[in-house]
Design a protein around this ligand. Structure first.
Ligand code: NAP
Length: 679
């Protein structure tokens, strides 16, 4: 029988049963890997740090796309890296790249997150090469998200950088303790690794006039660089455009391809898909928007954002970012002043095909969208913008004035400080006050910095409010010395986001948000004492903290002493969350509640005065493993609270001033003294 024959002649099997088992297991694993694993990724991706792990490029890939290859190919010798969180460092890097062009060199602005920074070791292969770093410091002395991996690499690595020439400009704020620590570290570390500093570090202070610090630094940088490379120092004035402008007639463009304010993905606000993050914010319905102040002429809003079914998670102490929209009236006034049709469709394309960005913001779009969603039209204009405006100005006197404002001379800097910075003159104010200046709108779109998300301390705990995120914010509005009233972009926009429940036709107002993780955290052990100091809206994160403690208390846990020091002007006006705080005190969720009403009595009383009055209790808290938290104004309050605590350590702990300062520093290093402050 053929069958029998076949059986008789069957060769020895190529695989044993065990091999077959292994093979099927392998195939099963591969199928699982490709088809199912992605879906099982943790759903809380949005809670990771916003940095992206730097890819370790393999050599064959990197050679064609690497920074050195790109620079060689396009005849560039200068790479300008930026560590940017709010866009200023990136803007400065772009300006330096333009400057290089004026001095007859070619440069490229580069996001360190988008290239293999190990290539720094090879940059010296390019003749007269230079690496410039514009590094912002952020949070508690941290690098920005996009510079985190570069920073880690510098710290951990020992790649020798002999032959690399570099210069660093740091961006920071003097009101914060770790002033410019990232820039300073990068400058020091590059030298340790063998690189040659060609120009001393520049430190920009955002608390005073960072524009002036930057201009002063770069005015010294370029002549030094030219001298170093044997290039004749001659600066070409006039305009250098980075983007070419294309205008579309309505019939020539498919409106489905036009951006209408999305941060990155086209139609992302219509087709919302998690995970939500900085590039893909969630358009959150506003559930509540109510006034917290009872009088006094100021306004403070309590706002609740709905995050039901979004997979967005947060912790008490995190921040929520809000993408605001500019004031419609201001946009219309700018358009009217410049006689521009806001509904013009256009694209700005990078002229340089090696530029790291094809467009300055999502394109194609309209002037209306660009001015409403993508451009910062409210900040005082930078000197480079004023300088570019000169050529659009017809009157000789106006021309001279703009030239003076943008010149790096002592007289020019003084005038710029007074007339632009102190008077907070923005685009519209300058167009109004310099009547013969008529810049092209597409050039304005290229020059203005980008509108940034605003961060608010979250005023809720997910334990009590898993499906909503709460904030409180004071409406920003102030009069300027030029007789204008300036409005805060985000708070004045949020003010209009009032839900009207009950109506079927009602369209709930929505706000683009995402959550940013913070280091501001309650102690791991709920039994440890917690002391919170937060005057004004500095109370916000503590509302979340107290809710957390209340939750644990209700669950029968042994919750440690919880103390709050709050301060406001007048009990009858701005004692925000009064009912909640009083109730928590009654329920013993708050063991101690100390309130400084600064304007109710004959003399000012601040939180730090109450700390001093209660020094024994503060000292006991510290001794009992207590954690101290401070939130609010960085410039004065946080410093004075710090000093008050040092004084308490001196008095109650019997230490010298220096020992007490070191002791408090030790608490900070151990995470037992944390600050969430702004200036
Ligand atoms: P606030 O009402 O201005 O002040 C709260 C209390 O702190 C007042 O009693 C004030 O007293 C007192 N105070 C003033 N100087 C102090 C000092 N050196 N030490 C201790 N206490 C001091 O506070 P706010 O409502 O939170 O202020 C809002 C401002 O913060 C707005 O302008 C807003 O732009 C800004 N801001 C808020 C955020 C946020 O996330 N919430 C972020 C950035 C900026 P006196 O006024 O009587 O002296």
């Amino acid at each position: 029988m053929p069958g029998t024959e076949e059986i008789a002649e069957e060769p020895a099997p190529m695989m044993s049963t065990f091999d077959l088992f292994l093979l099927s297991a392998l195939i099963g694993f591969v199928v699982y890997w490709f088809f199912f694993r992605k879906d099982e990724k943790p759903n809380d991706e949005e809670f990771k740090r916003l940095s992206v792990v730097q890819p370790t490029l393999n050599r064959s890939e990197s050679e064609d796309s690497g920074i050195v290859f790109r620079m060689k190919k396009s005849g560039r010798s200068i790479a300008i890296f930026y560590g940017s969180q709010t866009g200023t460092a990136e803007e400065f890097a772009t300006r330096l790249a333009k400057d290089a062009q004026r001095y007859g060199m070619k440069a490229l602005a580069v996001d360190p997150e988008e290239c293999n920074m190990e290539e720094l070791a090879e940059l010296h292969q390019i003749e007269n090469s230079l690496a410039i770093f514009c590094m912002a410091t952020y949070g508690e002395g941290d690098p920005t998200d996009n510079a985190q991996d570069f920073y880690d690499w510098l710290q951990q690595g020992d790649t020798q950088l002999d032959g690399l020439k570099f210069a660093v400009f740091g961006l920071g704020n003097k009101t914060y303790e770790h002033y410019n620590s990232t820039g300073i570290y990068v400058d020091k570390r590059l030298e340790e690794l063998g690189a040659e500093r060609v120009y001393e570090i520049g430190l920009g202070d955002d608390d005073t006039n960072i524009e002036e610090d930057f201009v002063t630094w770069k005015e010294g940088l370029w002549p030094t660089v030219c001298e170093k490379f044997g290039i004749e120092v001659s600066k070409q004035e006039g305009s250098f455009r980075s983007y070419s402008f294309t205008k579309y007639e309505p019939d020539d463009i498919d409106e489905k391809t036009v951006y209408s304010g999305e941060v990155a993905r086209l139609h992302s606000y219509k087709n919302q898909r998690p995970p939500y993050d900085a590039k893909n914010p969630y358009l959150s319905p506003v559930l509540v928007n109510r006034e917290l102040h009872k009088g006094g002429g100021r306004s403070c809003m309590h706002i609740e954002f709905d995050i039901t079914d979004t997979k967005i998670r947060y912790e008490a102490g995190d921040h929520v970012a809000v993408y605001p929209t500019n004031d419609v009236t201001m946009v219309e006034k700018i358009a009217k002043r410049l006689d521009v049709d806001l509904d013009t469709f256009f694209t700005l394309d990078a002229i340089d095909e090696d530029a790291s960005k094809r467009h300055p913001f999502p394109c194609p779009t309209t002037f209306r969208t660009a001015l409403l969603h993508y451009l910062d039209i409210s900040s005082p204009l930078r000197t480079n913008v004023l300088s570019e405006f000169v050529e659009y100005t017809s009157d000789e006197k106006d021309k001279e004035f703009l030239t003076l404002l943008s010149s790096p001379t002592p007289e020019g800097k003084k005038k710029y400080q007074e007339w632009v910075m102190d008077a907070r003159r923005n685009l519209l104010a300058i167009l109004d006050d310099v009547p013969s200046c008529n810049p092209a709108m597409d050039h304005i779109c290229e020059l203005l910095p980008h509108l940034q998300a605003r961060y608010y301390s979250i005023a809720s705990s997910p334990k009590m409010h898993p499906t909503s995120i709460h904030i409180c914010a004071v409406l920003v509005e102030y009069d300027t010395s030029s007789g204008r009233t300036n409005l805060g972009v985000a708070t004045n926009w949020l003010k209009t986001k009032i839900p009207v429940p009950g109506s079927e036709a009602f369209v709930q107002p929505r706000v683009p948000i995402y959550v940013r993780k913070s280091q501001f955290r309650l102690p791991f052990k709920v039994s440890h004492p917690v002391m919170m100091v937060g005057p004004g809206t500095g109370l916000a994160p503590f509302i979340g903290f107290i809710q957390d403690r209340a939750y644990h208390k209700e669950a029968g846990k042994d919750v440690g002493k919880t103390t709050l020091y709050f301060g406001c002007r007048k009990r009858e006006e701005d004692f925000i969350y009064e009912e909640h705080l009083t109730k928590w005190k009654e329920d013993d969720v708050l063991t101690e509640l100390k309130i400084a009403f600064s304007r109710d009595g004959p003399k000012k009383v601040y939180v730090q005065h109450l700390l001093a009055e209660n020094k024994q209790s503060v000292w006991e808290n510290i001794q009992n493993h207590g954690h101290i938290y401070v939130c609010g104004d960085a410039r004065h309050m946080a410093r004075e609270v710090h000093d008050a605590i040092v004084d308490i350590v001196v008095e109650c702990g019997g230490k010298s001033q220096q020992q007490a300062t070191d002791f408090v520093k030790g608490l900070m290093n151990k995470g037992r003294y944390s600050a969430d402050v702004w200036s």
